[in-house]
Unconditional design. Structure first.
Length: 378
């Protein structure tokens, strides 16, 4: 086993909590800090493909996530009036179905409860003030005036990672020209799996979250000024949804009533170049690779990162060798997901702007091929 004993994890999101749970179970001494005083996870859902469930299983929470979520098969790809043109998603892996839809809030709770069960103590409302990253130790000053020394620090603090900035410098995200709208609903009785409906100007997904709830996502192109005032969110989302003349979508429109519950955001990516580590600080999840949700796989990558890092930390070798093995096992796979997601996003953008797609462009085929690649062992 490497000589790492004491670990600081910065960020208690999906990746940070997954790493904390697995490392604690493996016998490491783990501190985890979270910027926010309380979790304020928004109420829409997240798609977990079979590879995400396999990774959650490695830290012992896949069954609970499926029990409290909504497992389903492949996603049906349909034209806006409902005719099915294909299907997409990761094939099942062993006992894990193609997909589990789950509320983000519930996924957070599943992780947090497991963390409490294994004895992790979160320090909420705390960030890093400064990091002295030496070859043999990392000394960290926290924003609450305390400090600590660690064998390693894991930066799991998301797309705008402060740790990444302090240790590696500035990296900027790229806006892909698309926005996403999300809203949670009562689940219609006839929602039997996930659906994606394609329109010429946007696409709409309907995803189960629990037996009683589902959410939609809708991708649109809002141009160079994608800011939308809050008082326009409800009407604009309803207008977009009305372009799908099928009972499943039409039946949901009247439930869109509260602008505060419309989760609207622009889509950005970030690919941190290698190496993802310097001395004793290593980067994980969105902090290293932020993708757009075209493959529904960003969180899956963060959980897989955590699982691989935990495995590598239990092997022999220096910290540098350990981090290097971790990064090499993760780099190509994460890059593939971000690259393919960017390609799918670029094709969507062309379509929404009435421009021709490149010859041979086939979204369903690319999604299927990538879904298959994600079943490979990590
Ligand atoms: C619209 C949209 C839809 C998506 N849908 C899916 C999907 O269906 N399936 C999927 O797998 N992925 C999806 N993703 C991607 C997924 O949400 C992210 O990849 C995932 O949340 C990354 O986890 P993370 O732990 O790396 O980062 P985060 O979830 O961002 O967590 C980072 C944590 O660090 C904390 N933090 C930040 N700064 C500091 C600091 N300075 N100090 C301490 N703590 C800090 C934050 O508060 C947060 O708790 C989607 C993303 C978007 C934008």
């Amino acid at each position: 086993m490497s000589n790492v004993k004491k670990i600081l994890i910065v960020g208690a999101g999906i990746g940070g909590q997954s790493a904390a749970i697995g490392l604690k179970k493996a016998g490491f001494e783990v501190d985890i800090i979270e910027l926010h005083k309380e979790f304020n996870v928004y109420g829409v859902g997240i798609i977990q493909q079979a590879n995400a469930l396999r990774a959650l299983d490695a830290i012992g929470v896949a069954d609970e996530a499926m029990r409290r979520g909504s497992p389903y098969g492949k996603v049906k790809l349909c034209l806006s009036h409902g005719v099915q043109i294909g299907e997409a998603g990761t094939p099942p892996i062993g006992r894990f179905p193609s997909h589990n839809g789950i509320s983000r809030k519930i996924l957070h709770e599943v992780l947090y409860e497991e963390a409490q069960r294994v004895g992790l103590k979160y320090r909420m409302g705390v960030s890093v003030e400064s990091i002295d990253n030496q070859p043999d130790v990392v000394n960290v000053a926290f924003t609450d005036g305390t400090s600590g020394s660690y064998d390693i620090v894991i930066a799991a603090d998301g797309v705008n990672s402060k740790v990444r900035k302090l240790v590696f410098g500035e990296y900027k995200t790229s806006y892909v020209g698309l926005s996403v709208w999300r809203y949670a609903f009562k689940r219609p009785a006839d929602l039997d799996t996930g659906y994606i409906f394609f329109n010429k100007k946007h696409k709409l997904g309907v995803i189960p979250m629990t037996a009683e709830a589902c959410y939609i996502f809708l991708n649109s192109a809002e141009g160079d000024n994608p800011h939308i005032p809050e008082d326009q969110l409800v009407e604009k989302l309803k207008a977009y949804m009305s372009a799908y003349p099928i009972p499943l979508v039409q039946g949901l429109i009247s439930q869109v009533t509260d602008a505060k519950l419309v989760n609207y955001r622009i889509l950005e990516t970030l690919k941190m170049p290698a190496p993802w580590y310097k001395n004793r600080v290593v980067v994980l999840g969105d902090a290293a690779h932020t993708t757009i949700p075209q493959l529904g796989s960003g969180a899956a990558l963060a959980i897989e990162d955590a699982v691989v890092l935990i495995e590598e930390l239990q092997k022999e070798g220096s910290v540098e060798e350990t981090f290097d093995r971790y990064m090499k096992r993760r780099y190509d796979r994460c890059k593939m997901v971000v690259d393919v997601s960017e390609t799918l996003g670029a094709w969507e953008l062309l379509e929404y702007n009435d421009q021709p797609l490149p010859e041979g462009a086939n979204m369903g085929m690319l999604m299927g091929k990538t879904g298959m690649a994600l079943t490979e062992e990590i």
